[in-house]
Design a protein. Structure first.
Ligand code: ADP
Length: 254
């Protein structure tokens, strides 16, 4: 059995009007259901997007951390409702798990989280994981769930981690300002030179930028998990990655 963790970032769940992008949510859910239907794969989803859902309802700009936490608290059930609807249409139930950094550092809680995920997977339920944003701020502030996705992949000893963003992968330079930036197809060692060129800010509603994804990807690869950063707006991206097609930036496990 191959275990796959898919992380869906804020940017690909957001429309130009800064609302939840239901079309993209639907197409991603469709792909993930296709994977989970196979007896070869178990799939765990780590999803951002709660703040986007909540800010829409509360009509707030979410400048401060407490505002973001409040928006996440309102948005999380709304986001799960949409996932649940789409996955139900494909024959799956979903289970919500909210984690925090200190929870994952506590051996007992970590073991409980693993038990829950494994029990859900055994029942063919799709676990949907997010940071517990109303009590923790690590991912709201710094990571947009990239680090959390890496930790979850390590926890369940995943074979593959897919970090989906709104960009085709990691470029040699910021692609929005450098027309000669080149897509890096494979990374084995992350050089300090490349790391310094990577931006830690997002031009969209996300947080963490490409830097947080690359750091998380490298960490996962170093623990033996093949990791791919790829464009979640491409309609067959998850299936392409599973079939080893040359898409995105792959971090080879070491
Ligand atoms: P998400 O919300 O999907 O997690 P982020 O906005 O946090 O994504 O980070 C992805 C963004 O990082 C891309 O949209 C891209 O414009 C920007 N970026 C900056 N430098 C690079 C680079 N060298 N390679 C790829 N993307 C980059």
């Amino acid at each position: 059995m191959n275990r796959i963790v898919v992380k869906v970032g804020t940017n690909i769940l957001t429309t130009a009007n800064r609302e939840l992008d239901l079309n993209n949510l639907r197409q991603l859910t469709h792909q993930m259901a296709q994977v989970a239907q196979s007896t070869e794969y178990e799939l765990v989803l780590v999803s951002s997007g709660a703040i986007i859902c909540g800010r829409q309802v509360l009509n707030i700009t979410c400048q401060s951390i407490p505002e973001k936490q409040a928006a996440a608290s309102v948005g999380q059930p709304l986001l799960l409702k949409e996932y649940s609807l789409f996955f139900n249409q494909q024959g799956f139930h979903v289970g919500q798990i909210l984690l925090t950094q200190d929870g994952l550092e506590n051996p007992e809680r970590k073991a409980h989280a693993l038990d829950t995920i494994q029990t859900l997977l055994a029942k063919k339920v799709i676990p949907i994981i997010n940071e517990n944003d109303s009590v923790a701020t690590d991912e709201i502030q710094f990571g947009d769930n990239d680090q959390l996705a890496c930790q979850v992949a390590q926890l369940i000893q995943a074979d593959l981690l897919i970090l989906l963003s709104d960009i085709d992968g990691v470029y040699t330079q910021p692609p929005s300002t450098n027309s000669d930036a080149e897509l890096i197809s494979t990374l084995k060692e992350l050089s300090p030179e490349l790391l310094t060129t990577l931006s830690s800010t997002s031009i969209g509603p996300g947080t963490g930028g490409i830097k947080s994804k690359v750091i998380a990807a490298e960490k996962a690869a170093k623990s033996g998990i093949r990791t791919v950063i790829a464009n979640g707006r491409s309609s067959s991206i998850i299936l392409d990655i599973i079939q080893n097609k040359p898409v995105g930036t792959t971090f080879l496990p070491s």
